[in-house]
Design a protein around this ligand. Structure first.
Ligand SMILES: *Cc1c(COP(=O)(O)O)cnc(C)c1O
Length: 353
């Protein structure tokens, strides 16, 4: 095995309790486990959280069916517009559909659970505010559907105080008045949970995603969150390098002094972006060492300075602080979501509780 990705489920549960403390006991939790729980493994994460949340949310119907087939029993909300021809599967697997388009009402089978989804300014999925009246009429027309919720999604909630969140909230509130009281109302992703709680965004339920895995969604840190991943590989070769020796494709790094060089059997095909070349550190025997030279498809190299290690010595690639997905994201000009979801499925996940 070239590397193992350890997923600490108890940290994910801890992060959920941080959300709980933030929103209060009476607000329901809809844990977002889309895209294999942001790369952490949807089934193990869902099994671990099932007793502590009220819903799971996924992007695609296929992900919801996977959870049902794994024995997950609680409600599951799918964000996507039901794929044509798949409508019966919502009933069959008791999965909650999102009605993000007026055309969806007539496609769903009688009895299907569904949440109305309004686009209040994200301009991705959802019915526009001008469709709200038509939607409330469709709700009466298709009264055999089982309407259980209503929601919207914010475009700027990772930015504390951003006024567009408040504009979207006002638009949503006015839409909400057209629909029955009993519908479960929800608007908050991680950013809105932590940065907009004072504005009455919680309603009946919240949809935490990235915060469950231990990362704040934007630039503002959330101290109590703990990253759940620890990615560990090992040294497959250790060799001497003399001052001036050039390492890797393009010989882009030259040894500043005589020392040892270690080779690690993971590269960009595992999900370590090539753009991180020479910019990340790894931890060996409790010490940080600089990754050097161009990251290649299956390997990368680390300068061990004067420290010699045996072949097989464990190497921590990703964990927290200097080694966190947040730090990689900062260097690569992206967000931790993209780092964790692109760790290749071939990397074996092992679960700790
Ligand atoms: C992904 C997603 C979430 C969770 O967002 P985070 O920023 O990861 O908390 C919530 N709601 C919807 C509709 C989403 O697509």
């Amino acid at each position: 095995m070239s590397s193992i990705l350890y997923v600490d489920l108890s940290r994910i549960a801890h992060n959920l309790s941080v959300v709980s403390d933030q929103v209060g006991k009476d607000v329901k939790k809809m844990a977002v486990v889309k895209d294999d729980a942001y790369g952490h493994g949807a089934v193990p994460v869902a099994r671990h959280l099932e007793g502590q949340v009220d819903y799971f949310c996924v992007a695609k119907l296929a992900e919801a069916i996977e959870l049902r087939e794994a024995g997950i029993d609680i409600p599951i909300l799918v964000f996507e517009i039901p794929p044509l021809g798949s409508e019966h599967l919502y009933r069959k697997f008791d999965i909650t559909a999102s009605i993000s388009d007026l055309s969806v009402f007539e496609r769903l089978e009688d009895g299907t659970h569904c949440h109305l989804h309004f686009d209040t300014g994200m301009f991705r999925l959802g019915m526009l505010p001008e469709h709200a009246t038509a939607a409330s009429e469709k709700m009466k027309e298709f009264d055999k559907l089982n309407f259980t919720g209503i929601y919207t999604h914010f475009a700027n909630s990772d930015d504390p105080g951003h006024e567009r969140v408040l504009q979207q909230l006002e638009t949503f509130k006015s839409i909400r008045t057209l629909f029955p009281e009993h519908l479960m109302t929800h608007t908050c992703n991680s950013g809105a949970i932590f940065f907009f709680g004072d504005h009455g965004t919680y309603f009946d339920a919240v949809r935490p995603g990235v915060c469950l895995y231990g990362y704040a969604p934007g630039e503002t840190e959330i101290e109590k969150l703990e990253p759940a991943l620890e990615w560990v590989s090992h040294l497959v070769q250790v060799k001497k390098i003399n001052k001036g020796g050039a390492v890797g494709y393009g010989s882009r790094w030259k040894a500043p002094e005589d020392g040892w060089l270690g080779t690690i059997p993971v590269g960009y095909a595992d999900g370590i972006f090539r753009i991180l070349s020479g910019k990340i550190q790894v931890e060996i025997a409790g010490q940080l060492y600089q990754q050097v030279g161009t990251i290649s498809m299956d390997y990368m190299t680390v300068f061990l300075r004067n420290d010699y290690f045996e072949q097989g010595e464990p190497v921590v690639i990703l964990r927290n602080r200097e080694l966190s997905a947040k730090e990689w994201a900062r260097i690569a000009g992206t967000i931790p979501y993209e780092i964790t979801t692109t760790i290749h499925p071939k990397v074996k996940r092992e679960y700790r509780t």
